[in-house]
Design a protein around this ligand. Structure first.
Ligand SMILES: NC(=O)c1ccc[n+]([C@@H]2O[C@H](COP(=O)([O-])OP(=O)(O)OC[C@H]3O[C@@H](n4cnc5c(N)ncnc54)[C@H](O)[C@@H]3O)[C@@H](O)[C@H]2O)c1
Length: 330
């Protein structure tokens, strides 16, 4: 086993999960440095890893202390920081969304290719035991031929409910669509084993940033997915329903996986308390192996770009619907 010296860029909520995953795999990783412009935040996470801290990712890149980096900063920084880091020969696991646009994804992909390093994206869904179990059940025909998927997520997007940058029109650009949309698209790709082939319709709303989204997506074999994300009022929750020709399945953060026939639950896969931590460890282990062998993970920059492309198509479809609205009594 090759020990990788890992750097963390951004020391916020998700960086703590990556740090915990790395600390749980001492044969694969040592957390060798932490970066955050907020010195107290950087120092707190650095202390738990017994690592030095920096204020800027370029200091980390030139320090020679790390082999690979997790970029877990606000979305708007993912592209520029990844390009800087891969250009210094460091492999990167960048948080979702890979970037705000496919044009930026292309710049990142090109930089990683030119410098011969691994670029992976933190799309966790396939590593969550309930999501992978759902994919397996669907492939085994548990609901017959899937016809429609309802993907419903709620999150708190009122002022003061999350770090300010998420609600800032510049740094939080795209709001709930660019923040939770990647999880939904990633999950739907896993469950349908296909890409989004068309955005049939989409609508977004919000003051400052997008806080509400409704979109109808088409996948291969005629499967449709109705995605509804809302950020106002309701507590955070997540439910996916797959209705097929012979039954239905519900995947939720409260009940795990439930397969239904004739109105009754006929099969269950409960959610485990440690599922999310396990998913972060599995992801980091795959990143480790990719860096050591030089062979990318399935969730590479091209996969991250596909997800960003789907989100761009949703935003474009929502713009078209806004333009098509009646102009009123002018
Ligand atoms: N894969 C997942 O399940 C998952 C979960 C949560 C968040 N995320 C993603 O991770 C990213 C961070 O989200 P979060 O919830 O941890 O946010 P957060 O606000 O808790 O953390 C972000 C951190 O980045 C720091 N930062 C700001 N500018 C920086 C810079 N120039 N260099 C380095 N650090 C900088 C902030 O000070 C903050 O500490 C987002 O892109 C989000 O979409 C992914």
């Amino acid at each position: 086993v090759t020990l990788l010296r890992l750097g963390l860029v951004g020391a916020g909520a998700v960086a703590e999960l990556h740090a915990a995953a790395a600390l749980a795999m001492p044969e694969q990783f040592t957390v060798a440095a932490v970066v955050d412009p907020r010195p107290d935040v950087a120092q707190r996470l650095a202390d738990t890893c017994a690592a030095p801290s920096f204020r800027d990712h370029r200091e980390l890149a030139s320090s020679g202390l790390v082999d690979a980096v997790v970029v877990a900063s606000p979305h708007t920084l993912h592209c520029s920081q990844t390009v800087d880091l891969v250009s210094d020969g460091l492999s990167v696991l960048v948080e979702k969304p890979m970037a705000l646009t496919t044009a930026d994804c292309d710049i990142m992909l090109d930089a990683a290719r030119r410098h011969g390093v691994i670029l992976a994206v933190s799309h966790l869904q396939r590593h969550l035991p309930t999501v992978s179990a759902t994919g397996r059940l669907l492939r085994e025909g548990a609901v017959g031929q899937p016809r429609i998927i309802l993907e419903r997520r709620t999150a708190r997007y009122e002022t003061g409910t999350r770090p300010d940058w998420f609600l800032d029109p510049h740094s939080g650009s795209g709001g709930i669509l660019i923040n939770l949309g990647p999880h939904c698209v990633d999950k739907l790709i896993q469950l349908t084993a296909s890409q989004v082939s068309q955005v049939a319709s989409a609508w977004v709303s919000g003051v400052g940033v997008v806080t509400e989204v409704a979109a109808m997506l088409a996948f291969d074999r005629g499967v449709r997915a109705n995605v509804v994300l809302t950020g106002t009022g309701l507590p955070a929750a997540e439910v996916t329903e797959v209705v097929g020709t012979e039954g239905a399945l519900r995947l939720s953060d409260s009940h795990g996986v439930e397969v239904f026939a004739n109105g009754q639950v006929v099969h269950q896969v409960p959610r485990g308390a440690g599922d999310v931590d396990l998913a972060f460890r599995t992801q980091l282990k795959e990143f480790h192996d990719a860096v050591v062998t030089g062979t990318n993970t399935a969730v590479d920059g091209l996969y991250g770009r596909d997800v960003v492309h789907a989100l761009e198509c949703i935003a474009a479809a929502a713009d078209r619907e806004t333009v098509a609205q009646p102009r009123g009594n002018e």
